[in-house]
Design a protein around this ligand. Structure first.
Ligand code: MSP
Length: 514
C-alpha cells in the first residue's frame, strides 16, 4: 500500500496581506511535500485562511465591506500567491466554508457530550491583537504589554464556555515524556514542558463581544473563539467527523507535521492535543515550530521600510528566479530555534556560491566535457563506479532521514556535499587533461560517467528545493521524472549511450545597486 504523508501550514489571518512569513512557512511545507511525492508517497498538503474573529470584523468595517466580502478578497490574494510561487498544496481550507463550520459545530457538540466543556465566568489579562488571555505570570513577564504588538494588555471579564484544559495536564505530560520529539526544535519542546509545569488554566471556547464566527451549538448568543475554530481546520479539511474508512481523506490523519511559527506553539502543542484527547482522536505526529525572519538586522516593520512584503519578494524573483528565492528560504531561513536575518547581500552571495558556483558549475562542467569528448553520449558503463555508488547511496539515505525529521537544511546539504565531492574528484583526476591522450579514453569515460551519475543523483535530491531547474535537468538527460523513486534514486539509472546536452542552469547575476 502507498504510504500517506500529511503536512499542514497554519491558516493565515485574512486581515493581513501575504508576506515573507507566510510564504516561508508554506515553502517549507511545499519542499517537504515534494520530497514525499518524489518518494511516491500519497501526499496531503494543507493550507488555508483563518477568517473569523473580531479583527476581521473590525477591518471589514474600516473598509466599509461585510466581513465575508473582506475575507473573500484577502483569501483570493493568499490563493493567488500560492500559484505565483508554484506551491503545491492539495487543498485550501477557509474557515467560512460550510464544510468547516458544520464540522466544527459537530466536534464542539462532541466535546460538550464528553464533559470537557462548562460555562463559567473569567477575568484575566487579554492581548487584544492576539485574541489571547495570558496567565498572571506571563502577563507580568512581558510587563503587561503584548509581546507581539507592544500594546498594553487589557483586563477583561467574560461569561463563556470553557474547555477543561487543566484536566489534561497529566496526559499531556505523559505524552511529551513518551514522545520527546513531539515538538521540534527541542528548545521549543523544553519551553512547552516548562510552561506546563506552571500549571494549566482552562481555556475560553466562546466569546460574546462580537458575532463574526461560528455560533456555539445550543447557545447562539455565544460565538466560538477564533482560535478553537481555527485549530479544527486540520481535521475538517479531511472531513474527519467521519473517521471511518468510507471517508477517503481519513487516511491522512494523524498529520505527520504541523509546521508553524514559534508564536503559536502553545495552541498547537497543548490546547490542540488536549482537545483531540477529549475527542479521543489521534494526535498529530509532530510539530515543527520555526523562528522568525527579521530584515537587515531589525524586526520587520512597515514604518522602518524593511518589510519583506510581496512586491519586494517579486523583485527578487524577477532578478534571481523562483528557485533562488526558495533556496534562500529553505537553507538560510529561521527553520530552527534562532531568528534569521534577511539581507539583500546574503541573498546574492547565497545564490552565487550555491546555485551558480556549485549546482550550476558542477553540472555544466560535467555535461560540457561529455559533449566535447564523447560527442554528447553517456560514455561508460558505470556498473562499477568505484566508491561513487556507495557515496550516492549514503547521500540518498541521509536525505531521506533528514526529510523524515524535517531537517530540510541538512537534506539540502546532503546533496550539496555530493556535488562538492564531484568537483573535488574532477580537480584531482583532471579528465580535461587526460582527454588529450587517446590512450586514456576509457579512463576519461569512466571518470565522467561516474561524475554525471553522481550529479544526476544530487540534482534529484535537490528537486524539492529547486523544482524549476532540476526538472529541466532531468528532461535534458531524457529521463522521465515519473519513474518510481527506487529506480530514480539508484546508481545506474542513467544508461550508457544516453544523449547528453550541455546544461547551463543558473546564470550569474549582478548585485542590485541599492
Ligand atoms: N491564524 C493564525 C494561525 C491559526 S493556525 C490554526 C495565525 N495567522 S497569521 O496570519 O498570523 O500567521 C502566522 C504565521 O505566519 C506564523 O505562525 C508563521 O508561520 C508565519 N509568520 C508570520 N510572520 C513571520 C516571520 N516574520 N517570520 C517567519 N514566519 C512568520 O497566527
Amino acid at each position: 500500500m502507498t504510504r500517506t504523508a500529511c503536512i499542514t501550514t497554519p491558516i493565515y489571518y485574512v486581515n493581513d496581506r501575504p508576506h515573507i512569513g507566510h510564504i516561508f512557512t508554506t515553502t517549507l511545507c511545499d519542499a517537504w511535500a515534494r520530497a514525499m511525492r518524489i518518494q511516491n508517497c500519497d501526499v496531503f498538503f494543507l493550507t488555508g485562511t483563518d477568517e473569523h474573529g473580531v479583527k476581521v470584523e473590525k477591518s471589514a468595517a474600516e473598509h466599509n465591506v461585510t466581513p465575508q466580502a473582506w475575507a473573500d478578497t484577502n483569501a483570493a490574494e493568499f490563493q493567488r500567491v500560492l500559484s505565483l510561487f508554484q506551491l503545491t498544496n492539495t487543498d485550501f481550507i477557509r474557515t467560512t466554508q460550510p464544510r468547516h463550520e458544520r464540522q466544527v459545530q459537530a466536534f464542539i457538540e462532541r466535546l460538550q457530550k464528553s464533559g470537557a466543556l462548562y460555562k463559567g465566568s473569567f477575568e484575566g489579562w487579554y492581548d487584544e491583537g492576539q485574541e489571547e488571555y495570558l496567565t498572571e505570570t506571563r502577563a507580568k513577564e512581558c510587563e503587561y504589554k503584548s509581546s507581539i504588538s507592544g500594546k498594553p494588555l487589557v483586563r477583561a471579564k467574560e461569561e463563556n464556555w470553557y474547555f477543561k484544559l487543566s484536566a489534561f495536564s497529566e496526559r499531556l505530560k505523559a505524552h511529551f515524556e513518551s514522545q520527546p520529539n513531539f515538538v521540534q526544535p527541542s528548545a521549543r519542546m523544553n519551553e512547552v514542558i516548562g510552561r506546563l509545569r506552571e500549571g494549566l488554566q482552562d481555556v475560553p471556547m466562546t466569546r460574546t463581544n462580537f458575532t463574526w464566527g461560528i455560533p456555539m451549538p445550543g447557545d447562539p448568543g455565544h460565538v466560538i473563539y477564533v482560535w478553537i475554530d481555527a485549530l479544527f481546520n486540520y481535521i475538517t479539511a479531511l472531513d474527519y467527523t467521519d473517521a471511518s474508512e468510507k471517508n477517503p481523506r481519513a487516511r491522512y490523519w494523524p498529520a505527520d507535521w504541523h509546521v508553524i511559527g514559534k508564536e503559536i506553539l502553545w495552541f498547537h502543542a497543548v490546547i490542540w492535543p488536549a482537545m483531540l484527547m477529549a475527542l479521543e482522536l489521534p494526535l498529530p505526529k509532530n510539530i515543527h515550530a520555526h523562528s522568525f525572519w527579521i530584515s537587515e538586522g531589525k524586526k520587520m516593520s512597515k514604518s522602518l521600510g524593511n518589510f519583506i512584503d510581496l512586491p519586494t519578494i517579486e523583485t527578487y524573483i524577477a532578478r534571481y528566479g523562483l528557485d533562488a528565492w526558495r533556496w534562500f528560504m529553505l537553507t538560510r531561513g529561521p527553520i530552527d530555534a534562532t531568528d534569521a536575518d534577511f539581507r539583500a547581500v546574503a541573498f546574492h552571495e547565497t545564490y552565487t556560491s550555491d546555485l551558480v558556483n556549485t549546482v550550476g558549475n558542477c553540472s555544466s562542467r560535467v555535461t560540457a566535457m561529455i559533449v566535447k569528448t564523447f560527442n554528447g553520449e553517456m560514455p561508460a558503463d558505470i556498473e562499477n563506479g568505484g566508491t561513487w555508488p556507495a557515496r550516492c547511496q549514503q547521500a540518498v539515505t541521509d536525505w531521506q532521514k533528514h526529510f523524515a525529521q524535517f531537517q530540510l537544511t541538512d537534506a539540502a546539504e546532503d546533496a550539496m556535499k555530493l556535488l562538492r565531492d564531484v568537483d573535488l574528484f574532477i580537480n584531482q583526476t583532471e579528465p580535461f587533461k587526460l582527454a588529450k591522450d587517446p590512450a586514456q579514453r576509457e579512463r576519461v569515460a569512466s571518470i565522467l560517467g561516474q561524475c554525471l551519475e553522481s550529479v544526476r543523483i544530487a540534482l534529484l535530491l535537490l528537486e524539492p528545493f529547486l523544482p524549476q531547474k532540476m526538472s529541466e535537468f532531468s528532461t535534458l538527460l531524457g529521463m522521465p521524472s515519473d519513474a518510481p523513486w527506487n529506480v530514480r534514486s539508484q546508481w545506474g539509472y542513467l544508461k550508457p549511450g544516453s544523449t547528453i546536452t550541455k546544461v547551463a542552469l543558473y546564470p550569474r547575476v549582478e548585485i542590485a545597486k541599492p
